[in-house]
Design a protein around this ligand. Structure first.
Ligand code: ATP
Length: 255
């Protein structure tokens, strides 16, 4: 029997004022895949991420994750189910250390006053030691172990993206939505970020859905790519199929 996708969304719609940002869109992400989401500026990619994670409520649509409907859950509940997202502009807390950012990400999210939680008081000693070990292990895997005690605010844009990925991994996710992991990143760090994504995918079986304008990144990482244009599904296929699809090329040229 064909394997059910890990994530399957259908009939998603979202209108802001007069603008229909997402129109009857669908997307599927297979388990253990690295799936791409591309499209010209303003195509609705980030809005689609917001709808999948319910950061913005869809006007209509269904989202099934790991066999369960999640479109009526709160974002923190969706994160608890194992669907986690990063943001185009990394939401690291600049006045906390890199390590504290990691530990905060692992906190049981209650949905209330999450950012105000004095997290030190909520972690018992053993749990704290284990969490710190895990945080340090993950910081090493994103190449930030030497920065553990530095303020996150002192990191470069690329390092913040790596920290965001580390933070996402602290939650033991099944699926990570990455919003432009290569944007604003020093080109020397981009290969590094790609290598780490591939490693987490191949070795740890993590599934990724990635918005990215850098086509080299899409080509080198993705098994399958969904294309949005003006809020609608335009195409889906392998990176090679997408790169030679005339409708896709026209959508980008028409920008
Ligand atoms: P980019 O590649 O430039 O990041 P995108 O594909 O992620 O673009 P979105 O950011 O999802 O596109 O935007 C899709 C459309 O919806 C745009 O016309 C945008 O102006 C509009 N839009 C998005 N969010 C809002 C909002 N909160 N309020 C009003 N309009 C919005």
């Amino acid at each position: 029997s064909p394997q059910l996708p890990l994530l399957a969304a259908t009939g998603l719609n979202k209108t802001f004022g007069g603008i229909q940002a997402v129109k009857d869109a669908k997307i599927e992400v297979n388990k253990s895949s690295i799936t791409g989401l591309i499209g010209p500026n303003g195509a609705g990619k980030t809005t689609l991420f917001n709808l999948l994670s319910n950061f913005i409520r869809p006007d209509q649509g269904k989202v099934i994750f790991d066999g369960e409907p999640i479109h009526n859950l709160q974002p923190f509940q969706i994160a608890q189910q194992g669907l986690i997202r990063t943001f185009q502009v990394a939401k690291t807390l600049s006045r906390l250390s890199v390590l504290e950012n990691m530990l905060l990400a692992a906190q049981k999210q209650t949905g209330e006053n999450f950012w105000q939680v004095q997290f030190q008081h909520h972690i018992v000693a053993r749990e704290e030691r284990e969490l710190k070990e895990r945080a340090m292990f993950l910081l090493e895997s994103v190449g930030l172990e030497t920065k553990a005690n530095d303020y996150a605010g002192g990191l470069s844009g690329g390092q913040r993206k790596l920290l965001e990925m580390g933070r996402a991994l602290m939650t033991n996710p099944k699926l990570i939505l990455l919003d432009e992991p290569a944007a604003g990143v020093n080109p020397r760090l981009i290969d590094d970020i790609c290598d780490r994504i591939l490693k987490w995918n191949r070795e740890d079986g993590l599934t990724f859905l990635i918005i990215e304008h850098n086509m080299d990144v899409i080509m080198s990482l993705c098994d399958r790519v969904w294309v949005l244009a003006e809020g609608q599904n335009l195409a889906v296929g392998t990176p090679t199929e997408i790169q030679t699809n005339t409708q896709v090329l026209e959508a980008y040229l028409g920008q």
